[in-house]
Design a protein around this ligand. Structure first.
Ligand SMILES: Nc1ncnc2c1ncn2[C@@H]1O[C@H](COP(=O)(O)OP(=O)(O)OP(=O)(O)O)[C@@H](O)[C@H]1O
Ligand SMILES: [Mg+2]
Length: 310
């Protein structure tokens, strides 16, 4: 594996067999900088169970995490809810449907993997060879990569373009308990495909001044999708990065609770530096610190969604 010093950019070629841990610290012998290195993930072929091996269909099988407002913790919620469900014994497929590839990177994978683009356009590609294992049991990923931009260009004028993902998931949805789709901060090709494929939408939002507009907008879009052939789609709002010491936050929180009542999760995700640290290490927060407030709250969210231990 090639290790590059964060400071002086000196490159070292270290034999893979000498590296026993997935995350480790090294010291640059040139400039003396000590930095953390993560061993690249080894991609193994998909090994999903036969349908018969799975328990009864859980509720909220295909979940989109959506809000066109940026930076509200869509990706953080997708990865950490996915991990929480996986820890509870559920088989979870995460789909990174955002060109930024934050979810792919947050799981420690690089952007060179096959993506949904290859599934549609590479000859002979199947779901099984575009989905990769993650290093966590029960957790798989359909990664994002640069060719997702091309995917949108090639397909945006296709009739029924918003149903492409839904059609493709037919081949896999009975083999996992939950599919969680991370979407970009905009309503276009990817978000519309995700909403059309999903039976449930999690709308993460911070308690900030402009947040209520963001929630109202995605609600309108869900309503359109509901009328356009996805009648069963439901949604709930997830409060994220909550800071109980801020008066402004508490005022907006009360407003959101009053307005949405039964459309809001009982679980709230607190602002938690441990979650930020976990992302620097490219691991889910439960892996970084299982006792952190956000790790515990994403476990509660998994429970609230009905992901009981099997
Ligand atoms: N509970 C939390 N506590 C502290 N920081 C958080 C929390 N959740 C998310 N963050 C931070 O907020 C930032 C935005 O999070 P994230 O990338 O998940 O949002 P997003 O909605 O997916 O963004 P985008 O719209 O760009 O896709 C990140 O820096 C992340 O580390
Ligand atoms: Mg994101």
């Amino acid at each position: 594996m090639i290790i590059t010093c964060e400071q002086c950019k000196t490159r070292y070629n270290v034999a893979d067999e000498l590296i026993s841990q997935s995350i480790f610290k090294v010291k640059c012998s040139k400039c003396g900088k000590i930095f953390t290195v993560q061993k690249p993930e080894e991609i193994k072929p998909l090994d999903l169970p036969e349908e018969a091996a799975l328990p009864a269909v859980p509720p909220h099988r295909i979940i989109a995490v959506s809000n066109q407002k940026g930076g509200v913790a869509k990706t953080s919620s997708a990865i950490n809810l996915g991990m929480a469900l996986a820890l509870r014994g559920k088989r979870v497929l995460l789909i990174d449907f955002d060109m930024q590839a934050s979810l792919t990177i947050a799981l420690g994978l690089n952007r060179q993997n096959k993506t949904f683009y290859d599934l549609l356009h590479a000859p002979g590609a199947t779901l099984a060879n575009v989905i990769t294992r993650t290093r966590y049991p029960n957790l798989w990923l359909l990664p994002s990569g640069p060719n997702l931009a091309l995917l949108m260009k090639k397909n945006i004028n296709r009739p029924n373009f918003e149903k492409i993902l839904r059609d493709k998931l037919e081949g896999i949805k009975d083999k996992v308990d939950h599919i969680i789709i991370d979407t970009p901060p905009s309503i276009e090709f990817f978000t519309l495909n995700a909403l059309m494929a999903s039976d449930f939408v999690i709308i993460p939002t911070q308690c900030e001044y402009l947040s209520m507009h963001g929630v109202a907008h995605i609600e309108e879009v869900i309503d359109i999708v509901k009328r356009k052939q996805n009648e069963s789609i439901e949604y709930k709002i997830l409060i994220t990065m909550f800071n109980e010491n801020s008066t402004a936050t508490k005022v907006i929180h009360d407003k959101i609770k009053n307005k949405y009542r039964n459309k809001i999760f009982a679980t709230t995700i607190d602002f938690d530096v441990k979650l930020q640290e976990s992302q620097i290490m490219n691991v889910p927060v439960a892996q970084y610190d299982a006792n952190s407030s956000s790790a515990r709250q994403y476990m509660e969210l998994a429970e609230e969604l009905g992901g009981e231990k099997s």
